[in-house]
Design a protein around this ligand. Structure first.
Ligand code: PLP
Length: 273
């Protein structure tokens, strides 16, 4: 596998990042996961916009968009897969131990993993830990994902593929790597970005394409929603057939199924919507 590091393609077996890299020592980094279909990245412009917003939020220099585009293209060319996930990682770079950043500049790495289409529906759990809707990192896609790792492990223990967080005031927020939508009386709702969720790219497309409304919702809406679905780069639109002990028979329900259809049609036509 060829990856991009230090301005060029390298063999993944021999590529090396410093053990003093701030991304490793203090989680000072940001990332994007980009779907790639037949060697072409999906919604790359939106991902680059979000990468720039995350960099700004962390006080990292603006990523060089042309280099990131070139890196993605080179990695995709070098590793042909039918359906892949590009992982763009951008960190504070080599620095002293501790929280001060070094001055050698950021590290940019791009790697590719193969992925597979997800099932049409899945099980989720809710977790007792909260997302902070007012933190310094809220809304930034940082590499500090350990809380998501812990929550996802809890979900796996319970036969689920995703864990859903409320925020500190008990509102529905998001999953470890997905946004959450609910259907109430035929209308689609999803929490606003002010809830503390990531401004998911699939979420934004789903809102645009289905007319879903951004609504503050209590976490317990999951106990009564007619349908629930998740959105993410790796899931696209995916129905939920169980949340905690509650079964939702027939998932994906009709509204979710329509959202899936719309997403597949539109996303299939336009790789950079
Ligand atoms: N929320 C979190 C915390 C995520 O990590 C992700 C994606 O990784 C999402 C939501 C979904 O965002 P996107 O649709 O851009 O993949």
């Amino acid at each position: 596998m060829k990856i991009w590091l230090d301005g060029g393609l390298q063999d993944s077996e021999s590529a090396r990042v410093s053990v003093f890299d701030h991304g490793l020592t203090v989680g000072d980094g940001i990332f994007e996961t980009v779907k790639a279909v037949e060697g072409r990245p999906f919604a790359l412009t939106r991902h680059l916009d979000r990468l720039a917003r995350s960099a700004h939020g962390l006080g990292l220099p603006d990523p060089d968009r042309d280099e990131v585009r070139r890196a993605c293209a080179a990695v995709l060319d070098a590793n042909p897969v039918p359906l892949g996930r590009l992982r763009i990682t951008y960190t504070g770079g080599h620095g002293p131990l501790g929280s001060d950043r070094g001055d050698r500049g950021p590290t940019l790495a791009v790697a590719l993993g193969e992925s597979a289409r997800r099932p049409d529906s899945t099980a989720v759990i809710t977790v007792p830990w909260t997302r902070n809707e007012r933190g310094a990192l809220t809304g930034l896609k940082t590499t500090s994902y350990a809380e998501n790792v812990v929550a996802l492990a809890r979900a796996r223990e319970q036969g689920a593929s995703e864990a859903v967080f409320a925020n500190t005031v008990g509102q529905l927020c998001e999953g470890t790597g997905s946004n959450v939508f609910v259907v109430l009386d035929g209308e689609i709702h999803t929490p606003p970005v002010a809830s503390g969720c990531l401004a998911g790219i699939t979420r934004a497309l789903a809102v645009e394409w289905t007319g879903a409304r951004e609504t503050e919702l209590p976490l317990d809406v999951l106990e009564r929603a007619d349908e629930i679905f998740l959105t993410s780069t790796l899931r696209d639109v995916q129905g939920v057939h169980r949340v905690d002990g509650r079964e939702l028979p027939g998932a994906p329900g009709p509204v979710t199924a329509k959202a899936m259809r719309i997403f597949d049609e539109r996303a299939g036509h336009d790789l950079d919507p």
